[in-house]
Design a protein around this ligand. Structure first.
Ligand code: AMP
Length: 312
């Protein structure tokens, strides 16, 4: 694996492989690598001839100075993990390389960025993400760029900007990697005390309780959310939002169907965590939904075949 610091070095390194028709995969990260990041790298390794990983703690997407300052940074450890997982080129620029003096452009995606994460973290967050990802896509010119389902709204924002700006890249979203107790892996988990770490498992319990309700035939978003909130009650968690939304537009759904996403954000102590669950209606048991409905029977049979990918 080669570590590159400048945009010119990245462009130069990719000339020959591109000319030879080799496919290029990009995995953008902010470092502090864990199994979630590594799953993206491995996917890119399987599917692409050349794997580029960017490691850049993007200052413009942080809405809290303390969050930026306290963000874990260990390039040596990250480089070792990236190399072992199959990265060919590590692009680790200094902030001044990405945002040189005089930098004055912001990529701002409308609508989807105004909700949920956009509303709670402020407009600048997704502007920062959209701007840096647009730059990375322009610098690397990958065939495929890999993002985690863990940050579902971010992935949707990036799909939107690639479509809107005609960037010739396929955006692939990979399933959320979790600890055995269900907590979604995140660089921020390291900030949790032992007690907070334990309480944080309520997030995933709330999401699975919603999926269980859907399995039992529930289709009303408000009832399903109430079931999720009940799971969070008593966990000493400050819930910011728990909503059922369309996985494309992130607008609230009126009825739960495939393509509905349960999304939540909560503070556990001083640490803000997000998680989500793509909801599947395919497991609904015939008796729980509409006993006489042929649809329900069909879904029940599909579930029995065990072929349901619930996106985790
Ligand atoms: P970050 O370094 O936090 O910007 O994350 C880099 C990429 O890794 C993003 O596309 C994230 O969505 C993805 N990612 C972070 N955590 C996970 C996880 N637990 N499972 C899968 N992907 C993840």
């Amino acid at each position: 694996m080669r570590t590159l610091r400048t945009i010119a070095q990245v462009r130069a390194a990719l000339v020959t492989p591109r000319r030879a028709g080799r496919s290029i995969g990009l995995v953008p990260t902010m470092g502090a690598l864990h199994e979630g990041h590594l799953s993206l790298i491995r996917r890119a390794r399987e599917r692409c001839d050349l794997v580029v990983m960017s490691l850049f703690v993007n200052p413009t997407q942080f809405n809290e100075r303390a969050d930026l300052d306290g963000y874990p940074r260990d390039e040596v450890a990250d480089a070792a993990l990236a190399a072992a997982a199959g990265v060919d080129l590590l692009f680790a620029p200094a902030p001044g390389e990405v945002y040189p003096a005089g930098f004055a452009t912001t990529v701002s995606v409308g609508e989807i960025t105004e909700k949920l994460e956009g509303a709670y973290r402020g407009r600048a967050h997704f502007d920062g993400v959209a701007t840096v990802v647009t730059k990375l896509l322009n610098i690397v010119g990958p065939d495929v760029a890999y993002f985690g389902q863990k940050d579902a709204q971010q992935a949707a924002v990036i799909r939107r900007l690639a479509r809107d700006l005609d960037i010739p890249v396929r955006i692939e979203t990979c399933p959320t990697v979790r600890d055995p107790d269900g907590l979604a892996l995140s660089s921020r988990n390291a900030r949790l005390s032992a007690g907070e770490r334990e309480r944080a498992t309520a997030l995933h319990r709330a999401l699975t309780a919603i999926q269980r309700a859907v399995d039992a035939g529930e289709r009303d978003p408000e009832t399903a959310c109430a079931i999720g909130r009940a799971e969070l009650a008593g966990a000493q968690i400050e819930l910011e939002y728990l909503e059922l939304v369309s996985d494309d537009t992130f607008t609230p759904v009126l009825r739960i169907e495939d393509g509905t996403l349960a999304v939540l954000a909560a503070r556990v102590g001083a640490t803000r965590l997000i998680d989500n669950q793509p909801l599947s209606t395919a497991r609904t048991t015939p008796s729980a939904a509409h006993p006489a409905s042929p649809d329900a029977v069909r879904c029940g049979q599909r579930a029995a075949a065990g072929s349901i990918n619930r996106g985790r």
